[in-house]
Write a protein that binds this ligand. Structure first.
Ligand code: ZN
Length: 153
């Protein structure tokens, strides 16, 4: 690549200068807005009663209004909850094996449901094995035992 091709074109330079001019104009507008707000607050603080809501910057007034709206919505939603659920917190718990589950502060607290499921599976598996042994192998073992003792046959 030649050095000549690395040089920006006149149009590229003009676009860059235009972009910088626009950014400078935006910054000047922001500074002007801040100076206006500072002058408003200074005047408000100097008058009797001090500054009021209307003296705050527009974005702050918007946030305050949004907070009031969201607080009212929160109160409305809380009233829809059944008695006792208004101040409960959803909890994530984890057992020593790393299984996780969700519960709430006002719920009865049980242990890990995954560990309990695994424990019950084992209990059921043992019961099935015992039942199979009793019904299938049990009679065979009994007849073999009887044959070894010389009974029957
Ligand atoms: Zn577990």
């Amino acid at each position: 690549m030649s050095e000549e091709s690395m040089k920006p074109t006149y149009d590229e330079l003009e676009a860059w200068v235009t972009h910088q001019d626009n950014m400078l104009a935006a910054l000047r507008a922001n500074v002007e807005a801040l100076e206006d707000w500072q002058a408003t607050v200074t005047a408000a603080l100097g008058r009797e009663g001090g500054a009021f809501f209307a003296d705050m910057p527009k974005h702050i007034r918007g946030m305050v209004t949004q907070l009031a709206t969201l607080t009212a919505e929160r109160e409305r939603l809380l009233k829809q909850l059944p008695y006792g659920m208004e101040h409960c917190t959803v909890l994530f718990k984890e057992c020593h094996k790393g299984h996780g589950w969700l519960t709430a502060t006002n719920w009865v607290q049980h242990g890990c449901p995954t560990c309990e499921r695994d424990r019950l599976k084992e209990v059921i598996g043992n019961a099935v094995n015992e039942l199979q042994y009793t019904t299938i192998y049990g009679p065979i073992v009994e007849s073999l035992t009887a044959a070894l003792r010389g009974e029957g046959g």
